[in-house]
Design a protein around this ligand. Structure first.
Ligand code: CA
Ligand code: CA
Ligand code: CA
Length: 421
């Protein structure tokens, strides 16, 4: 438990380093273990504080007021730990200009771009998560798709960079991973390092996972901070082959991704592709897959890769803003695990712009993004633990009963709060 809390504390200090407003002149101080029974006067005298109060239940912690500054207080040899008394914010709402269009994040009953009125509260309940974590640059999510346009200003900050290649020599495989100059993912469609997006689909998915949040621009991703690794195996027209998919999966697994977001499918059943997903399982990597857009029961007519019977696959159906299964979405109580927002989803596309798109493709990165948030608070969670917690914390909906395994849709708040242990 101590280890987890320490990790969490570290995350907070990393994540909020840029915007950590605190109560003026106030600090939270922990005295070293030999100081178990200090009086308030002892505390004030030791720290030059004008005021002090013992914090309840946690040992040797005091909140103090002093005009001494933090770096001066840190020199005091009686102190084990000291931090500013940070302001905390309930239900953090980001400043992004298009946030009010993101019904999947906060559904107030607003209309989507087709004029469909939402049902207030049908969202992934993310705002209370952002109070705990907005993600971590230590978590790598692979987007296996048409590439990602990192020239997009809302995506640029969250690009995965392979530092050894970035600081290495052109034409040399500096990190010895078998790929030359793979600075940021790989393009298995053209067999070259540049995995930028020439379609838009991969960038749209990436925006859901990790568009920079709270930057006054565009949208907020599920993660405001994360590293997204683009694996491009789909062309400018959105098609690719099984070989490219397999190479993308194995590259992502071998190069640090813990979550793979797969908004594609529809090919025939492939033993090789299934074994690539089993390889991901063997390396403890989660495989999130779109259930497909054919309005079919995939228990009867399987859709691949989402219908492969491999434990690390989460298969995702699409939910509308009124809380119904999308009319195009596949379903199946054996082969589809849960639903997530997937109709008229506002996200990043080519040219630095934004559009609302629909599909189980759009639902999938919500789940992949929440898995990344879970890893930001507990990097030790296994792929199967991530899956179990995501499935156990869905919000049940009548409209999803008999349609998906859990009978519910993604609940980020439940999933992340279940991730600390
Ligand atoms: Ca390399
Ligand atoms: Ca190189
Ligand atoms: Ca933004």
């Amino acid at each position: 438990m101590i280890v987890l809390l320490k990790i969490f504390a570290l995350q907070l200090s990393l994540l909020f380093a840029a915007d950590h407003a605190s109560v003026p002149n106030q600090y939270l101080v922990k005295f070293k273990s030999q100081f178990t029974n200090l009086t308030i006067q002892n505390v004030k005298d030791t720290l030059g504080a004008t005021e002090a109060e013992k914090l309840p239940s946690i040992e040797r912690w005091y909140r103090i007021t002093t005009s001494n500054n933090l770096s001066g207080l840190k020199l005091n040899s009686n102190i084990e730990f000291i931090e500013p008394n940070y302001y905390q914010y309930a239900n953090k709402t980001p400043t992004d200009a298009k946030y009010s269009s993101q019904w999947g994040m906060r559904n107030t009953g607003q209309k989507d771009s087709d004029g469909n009125k939402g049902t207030a509260g049908v969202d992934i309940e993310i705002e209370s998560v952002w109070d705990l974590t907005v993600g971590s640059p230590n978590v790598i999510v692979a987007v296996i798709d048409t590439g990602i346009d990192f020239k997009h200003p809302d995506l640029a900050d969250n690009q995965f960079i392979n530092e050894k290649e970035a600081s290495g020599k052109k034409g040399i495989d500096d990190d010895g991973n078998g790929y030359v100059d793979d600075v940021s993912g790989y393009n298995f469609y053209s067999n070259k390092p540049n995995a930028t997006d020439d379609h838009g689909h991969g960038s749209h998915c990436a925006g859901v996972i990790g568009a920079r949040g709270n930057n006054d621009f565009g949208i907020a991703g599920v993660n405001w901070n994360v590293k997204m690794m683009p694996l491009k195996f789909l062309s400018a027209s959105g098609s690719g082959d099984t070989e490219g998919a397999i190479k993308s999966i194995t590259y992502a697994v071998n190069n640090g991704a813990k979550v793979l977001s797969n908004s594609w499918g529809g090919g025939g059943e492939s033993r090789a592709l299934k074994e690539a997903i089993e390889y991901a399982l063997s390396k403890d990597v989660l495989f999130v897959a779109a259930a497909g857009n054919n309005t079919e029961n995939t228990d009867q007519d399987p859709h691949f890769p989402s219908s492969y019977d491999v434990e690390n696959i989460i298969s995702v159906a699409a939910l509308s803003n009124s809380g119904n299964l999308a009319d195009f979405s596949n379903y199946g109580v054996k082969t589809v695990d849960l639903a997530a927002p997937g109709v008229n989803i506002m996200s990043t596309i080519l040219g630095g712009t934004f559009e609302e798109w629909s599909g189980t493709s759009m639902a999938t990165p919500f789940v992949a993004g929440v898995a990344a948030l879970m890893l930001s608070v507990n990097p030790n969670l296994s792929a199967l633990a991530l899956k179990a917690k995501i499935l156990a914390t869905v919000r049940p909906m009548n409209s999803l009963q008999g349609k998906v395994l859990t009978g519910g849709f993604l609940n980020a708040n439940g999933a992340v709060r279940a991730s600390f242990y």
